[in-house]
Design a protein around this ligand. Structure first.
Ligand code: UD1
Length: 438
């Protein structure tokens, strides 16, 4: 393992692909119960880390999850010249971008984390240029970046392609009106970050409304930016000359909340997620109630009691506040043991049914036709050896394993580690029988 790999933890970097030999061994059948707190949001912290390069002084990100994607992003920022360290016993990230010297993002690392694309906006705003290769990330189908390029071009960024890299140069940047063709989360964030330091007013219309965009607005404004409207489909950004470092508390991970809710539902458990923001998971709450779960919002958290018998339901993934695509595979696991037939329509990403075949090995009856999956509920799943091919399909298989009879071995869990911080520790604390085998 080379030095870079060592710093990233137990992750070997081979041909741009993360490889570990770990697997989860799960003995199903235990009902989950107890209190649990989720980590900071992966999809919130990654754009915030990218935005931090625009500051003139250090930033501290509290509640920053220790995930593979965050480690890779930290390594990318170090490569650009920033100082990035874990502080507060590892709970917070300290980023000092005042030593930033390079605008060229390490190609091997870019291929491992799609969020490296977020660096184009901030680097161009701060240094006037950025070189980034085409991003990697989960293999869940075609993930174009045309909306990022369209928005940034409207601000005056000029793009060229050289040796497979995207080379972006600032050409008299100026705020303007941008109407996105689709409400892309990443494009909204990239444009917002760049526009924060561009002369004049930028208005993004048909912007994505995800809570992570609200969190990014909070971070940018704490640095001195003037942005309003995040969480709606019109975001107004008044450019400022300089941004300073700040402290920011990263929002709780709403997909981890949803995954734990589904874990309670699939095991007929009774759990209390102490730091869930109920508003962020309304679409998931609504579907889980249709399946039969009892969900309440006592205090600052969310209590989920899973039903003994699960009803089928249909669902369609949509941009926020619709049902999140990042929760679709976990719902598929749950619906595979419902009493009847459910239909899932995936409208955001193609190739996001990779878990279906693996669930089939556990006895699920799922037929996929293009972007539709038809799930005929079976009374129970049986433990099997299955492979996680991307982050959320991995989570889906873990949930299935919790409910299955016998032993399930999930390999490919480096994909799960990309987005869940110590998921096996959290599930074990709730009574699941799950261990990580290196
Ligand atoms: C983000 C999330 C990801 C989530 C997704 C949808 C992060 C780090 N990742 O990804 O977990 O699954 O939102 O909620 O926040 N598209 C284009 N052109 C573009 C950009 C996107 O056609 O320039 C398409 C994509 O292919 C996809 C759809 O728009 O079909 C949504 O993508 P987008 O909202 O951009 O997702 P990401 O930001 O990549």
């Amino acid at each position: 393992m080379d030095q870079k790999s060592l710093r990233l933890g137990q992750v070997a970097v081979a041909g741009g692909v993360m490889k570990t030999m770990s697997e989860f061994i799960i003995t199903g059948g235990n009902r989950l119960s107890g209190d649990i707190a989720v980590s900071g949001g992966k999809n919130a912290v990654l754009p915030i880390m990218a935005a931090s390069v625009m500051a003139n002084s250090p930033c501290i990100l509290h509640n920053a999850p220790d995930l593979i994607d965050v480690r890779v992003m930290s390594e990318i920022l170090r490569g650009l010249g920033a100082v990035v360290e874990r502080v507060d016993s590892g709970r917070s990230l300290y980023i000092d971008p005042s030593t930033l010297k390079s605008s060229v993002v390490d190609e091997t690392l870019v291929r491992q984390v799609r969020s490296s694309i977020f660096l184009i906006g901030p680097l161009v705003a701060k240094l006037g240029k950025a070189t980034v290769s085409y991003p990697g990330g989960c293999d869940i189908g075609q993930r174009p970046i045309d909306q990022h390029l369209k928005g940034l071009s409207a601000l005056g960024v000029v793009f060229e392609e050289a040796h497979g890299n995207i080379v972006a140069q600032a050409h008299k940047l100026q705020g303007t009106g941008i109407h996105l063709d689709i409400p892309s989360v990443g494009a909204t964030e990239n444009i917002m970050m760049c526009a924060a330091m561009v002369d004049g007013v930028t208005v993004i219309r048909n912007a994505a409304k995800e809570p992570e965009i609200v969190d990014l607005q909070g971070f940018l404004n704490a640095m001195g930016a003037r942005i309003r409207g995040a969480g709606t489909d019109v975001i107004r950004i008044e450019g400022v000359r300089a941004l300073e470092g700040c402290e920011h508390m990263v929002m709780p991970d709403r997909i981890e909340v949803g995954t734990l809710m589904a874990a309670a539902a699939i095991t007929a458990g009774d759990i209390y997620i102490t730091n869930a923001v109920a508003e962020h998971v309304q679409a998931v709450t609504s579907k889980l109630r249709e399946v039969g779960a009892t969900i309440s919002v006592p205090g600052k958290g969310l209590r989920v009691r899973g039903p003994n018998r699960r009803r089928p339901t249909d669902l369609k993934t949509l941009p926020y506040p619709g049902f999140p695509t990042d929760m679709q595979p976990q719902m598929m696991a749950l619906l595979s043991i419902a009493e009847g037939t459910s239909v899932i329509s995936e409208t955001i990403f193609e190739s996001r049914f990779k878990q279906a075949e693996e669930l089939g090995r556990m006895g699920a009856r799922i037929r996929t036709e293009g972007r539709t999956a038809i799930i005929k509920g079976v009374p129970r799943l049986s433990g099997a050896r299955v492979v996680s091919s991307d982050l959320r399909s991995g989570a889906s298989l873990v949930l299935a394993g919790l409910a299955a009879e016998g032993r399930t071995i999930v390999s490919g869990i480096e994909n799960v580690d990309r987005g869940y911080e110590g998921i096996e520790r959290k599930l074990a604390a709730l009574g699941a029988e799950i261990i990580r085998q290196e």
